[in-house]
Ligand binder design. Structure first.
Ligand SMILES: *[C@@H]1O[C@H](CO)[C@@H](O)[C@H](O)[C@H]1NC(C)=O
Ligand SMILES: *[C@@H]1O[C@H](CO)[C@@H](O)[C@H](O)[C@H]1NC(C)=O
Ligand SMILES: *[C@@H]1O[C@H](CO)[C@@H](O)[C@H](O)[C@H]1NC(C)=O
Length: 296
């Protein structure tokens, strides 16, 4: 087996997991809590659909009940249509504490007819600054599209409709931190980022068009659940025992890296749709680019 990282690391990771879980599109009430927004987020259609909304007073959001240590997290999302400038719809994983890990999808709204930007970041031990931004090759407001995060001991890959848009490999062996130990929750929200998301507040949110609404559905999580308190006695050695094939990564997510057939797709996205890449921002890093940029 050709793994870009020693198998022993995968084994260690497997032993620290507690159990595998599958969250299907089914009833979101079982796996998701609406955590803020005072009624602005709602689960509808017997937990098949989750709406988040934003008005001048507040946004809203939700989180998974469980913490996960590695997994493949897939959702479908339909974004705020029309003039969505200043709104940010997010889907992300995050651990707790001051040296947290985080993997972000954030969709920055825009004026009617202008493109959304998909903003991504990877934060490890509280340190981020790894932004990559993309335009999408479709209108994300006219229909649901699939967004997913693969996180395993080897790599993090972000996918849009099954097409990889970003890869962050585990280079811990080269002293670049990677999320290995801290379980993360899955979060989603719609919030007001007028001052940040419109190129530094260039465009104001049109609050008279509120409430703004985004729709989430079909959550597929193929992951290892971390129990509280964390336990190392049980294992997750068969993480895919009960898995189904509704996700693009399939059965082997725990050891899956970017497949050779996916490399061209990733390059296609980077060549045609990338708006910003921290790894090309020499002005921002006069002392030299971050280490992982030099390896890739
Ligand atoms: C909004 O649209 C403008 C004009 O097409 C574009 O330059 C910008 O990147 C888009 N996104 C954001 C978040 O401003
Ligand atoms: C590894 O990285 C840490 C934090 O960036 C740094 O303090 C340390 O000196 C590095 N170690 C080596 C061997 O480069
Ligand atoms: C703001 O939204 C309202 C309601 O949709 C609309 O009538 C108005 O034209 C919008 N204003 C601007 C400046 O786009």
């Amino acid at each position: 087996m050709l793994l870009p990282y020693p198998t022993s690391v995968v084994m260690v990771a497997l032993f620290t997991m507690t159990m595998m879980m599958m969250l299907c599109g089914g009833d979101l009430h079982k796996n998701i809590d609406i955590t803020w927004g005072n009624g602005r987020a709602q689960m509808l259609n017997n937990g098949q659909l989750l709406t988040v909304s934003l008005d001048a007073a507040s946004g809203s959001g939700f989180q998974s009940k469980d913490h996960y240590l590695f997994g493949h997290f897939q959702i479908q999302l339909k974004l705020v249509p029309g003039n969505s400038a200043g709104t940010v719809t997010s889907f992300y994983l995050q651990s707790e504490g001051s040296t947290w890990d985080e993997i972000d999808f954030e969709f920055l709204g825009n004026l009617s007819g202008n493109p959304y930007i998909l903003h991504t970041n990877v934060i490890t031990q509280g340190k981020g600054g790894r932004e990559q931004q993309f335009y999408l090759w479709f209108d994300p407001t006219s229909d649901f599209h699939t967004y997913s995060i693969l996180w395993n001991p080897l790599c993090i890959i972000l996918y849009v409709d099954g097409i990889p848009i970003r890869e962050f490999k585990n280079y811990e062996s080269r002293n670049i931190s990677f999320p290995m130990k801290k379980p993360m929750r899955m979060y989603g929200s719609l919030w007001d980022a007028e001052d940040w998301a419109t190129r530094g507040g260039l465009i104001k949110t049109n609050w008279s068009a509120a409430p703004f609404i985004a729709y989430f559905k079909n959550f597929f999580v193929n992951a290892c659940v971390e129990s509280t308190p964390p336990s190392i006695t049980s294992s997750c050695t068969h993480p895919n025992k009960k898995s189904n094939n509704h996700n693009s990564v399939g059965e082997k997510w725990i050891t899956q890296g970017l497949k050779p057939s996916e490399v061209d797709k990733l390059n296609w996205v980077h060549k045609n749709f990338m708006v910003y890449n921290y790894c090309s921002d020499l002005k921002r890093f006069p002392q030299g680019l971050p280490l992982e940029c030099k390896i890739n």
